[in-house]
Design a protein around this ligand. Structure first.
Ligand code: 2IT
Length: 453
């Protein structure tokens, strides 16, 4: 990555030196800092106090041991992390990821991204992320419960409704949040349900939270289409993943008359040319994850007469809109060439950092596609988490219509402030840079106002 600004180059090089062996963290810092170059050029006061050096260093990060017993009585030791990246604009907020490949650098990259994303929601939430290298695959409910209890026993002293509010991410859904909340309540002896979001409805969860990330992404997409004067009806959409985010996006796309045609997982991808558009199909996608269905993709293909392509990613399928919803770096150069080669006009990132920097720059440079960044597109998830916190502190429950209307308004605004920020710096309709500039501004203002620490 080329830096024109010498100060930012120095900040980047220092960060690489201080965080060895963390390529995902280096990748996101490099991507964010290059987008912020015009802002740093225009605001010498930031360099004067080394604001950026501070911005790329987490406020604090905890590492802890998580010991649990499996159903055979064998003992296991995993590692847990919580990274409280930036608390300048609100209590730390961000998900917890349980996945075999999780490491310190991945948690840091996610915490860094979360800081900008949470700022973009317009709500008072700081950035954080946590997780463990625990592999949930094939574990029984009882094993997951024991793991979650042990994880929370280590974590509870660092979090709280006004301190740090974790939520779900990959491998952490309603079941895990329930077990973790139960353990928190037992340890603290208080009903502080604002300590976690993504809860079940019976103990303080918010309606529309499960749908929020996917719905929000599609609301954002609609704003992009409005900008280009295009219509969502009949658009063929290629998506990856089959979890909660993909499900929400597919459900809203189908409702608005688009035609989602793919879902994917580690096993391969499903191509359903007829579209994942009926309630029965959308519900099946939901159950694939929530019921931990074994061979769910193959089962979908068989049940609905769709194609299953084992071991492959969906990006060779031709579509009008591409929405990577699975995980980081799922689209590198080869996939970017497939996507742009299809003639599609829209590349809408949904998963956190789904695109390698090289692939992202390639697609942005072509000028044939609108490229939208995940930090803006998936912000509706954490945005509705903040609405869940508001409901918990007010001790009341909003209707689905209220939450959905707020989510919709939030996504319209995120698109608007991103487009405006890019315009302000003479970048045209550059949603990637605009999102970072808009998200950065509020955090930077708050940090400057609060003095140095
Ligand atoms: O990546 C994300 O924004 C999340 N996993 C959701 C975080 C949250 O606090 O709802």
């Amino acid at each position: 990555m080329e830096f024109k600004n010498a100060y930012l180059k120095k900040v980047y090089e220092e960060a690489v030196r201080k965080n060895p062996g963390e390529p995902e963290f280096h990748q996101t810092i490099s991507e964010v800092l290059t987008s912020l170059e015009p802002v740093i050029d225009r605001h010498p006061e930031y360099e004067k106090v080394d604001l950026m050096g501070r911005m790329v260093e987490p406020e604090r990060m905890f590492t802890f041991r998580v010991v649990w017993q499996d159903d055979n009585g064998d003992w296991h030791t995993n590692r847990g992390w919580r990274c409280q990246f930036n608390g300048a604009i609100g209590p730390y907020k961000g998900g917890i990821r349980f996945q075999k490949n999780v490491n310190q650098g991945i948690i840091k990259f996610l915490g860094f991204e979360q800081t900008f994303k949470n700022s973009l929601t317009g709500l008072p939430i700081g950035g954080a992320k946590g997780g463990s290298d625990f592999d949930p695959a094939g574990k029984s409910d009882a094993e997951v419960m024991r793991f979650c209890q042990s994880f929370m026993t280590a974590l509870y002293r660092y979090i709280g409704p006004d301190i740090d509010v974790p939520a779900g991410d990959m491998g952490v859904g309603g079941r895990e949040i329930g077990f973790m909340y139960g353990q928190y309540r037992r340890l603290k002896g208080v009903f502080e349900n604002g300590v976690l979001t993504g809860k079940g409805l019976s103990y303080g969860g918010s309606l529309i939270r499960p749908e929020a990330t996917g719905y929000g992404a599609v609301y954002y997409l609609c704003e992009v289409l409005k900008h280009t004067g295009d219509d969502i009806k009949g658009k063929k959409v290629v998506l990856s993943g089959y979890g909660n985010v993909t499900w929400g996006a597919v459900k809203k796309l189908a409702e608005l008359g688009a035609v989602p045609v793919t879902i994917s997982g580690r096993a391969g991808y499903v191509y359903d040319p007829a579209g994942i558009t009926t309630d029965e199909k959308v519900d099946f996608v939901y159950r694939m994850r929530t019921e931990g269905m074994k061979d769910g993709l193959a089962a979908y293909a068989e049940k609905f007469g769709a194609e299953f392509h084992p071991g492959e990613k969906p990006w060779s399928v031709k579509g009008d809109i591409y929405m990577p919803c699975a995980t980081q770096n799922e689209v590198a150069m080869k996939e970017a060439e497939q996507i742009s080669g299809s003639g599609a006009k829209y590349y809408i990132e949904v998963a956190n950092m789904p695109t390698s920097n090289e692939a992202l720059n390639y697609m942005r440079g072509l000028g044939t596609m609108v490229v939208a960044p995940s930090k803006a597109v998936n912000a509706g998830g954490v945005g509705v988490s903040a609405l869940e916190m508001a409901q918990n502190s007010e001790r009341l429950v909003w209707t689905a219509e209220q939450v959905d209307a707020e989510l919709h308004r939030m996504m319209i605004n995120i698109h608007k402030v991103s487009a405006e920020a890019a315009e302000e710096y003479g970048l045209g309709y550059d949603l990637v840079s605009g999102a970072k500039i808009a998200g950065f501004k509020k955090v930077a203002d708050a940090m400057m106002a609060q003095g140095c620490f």
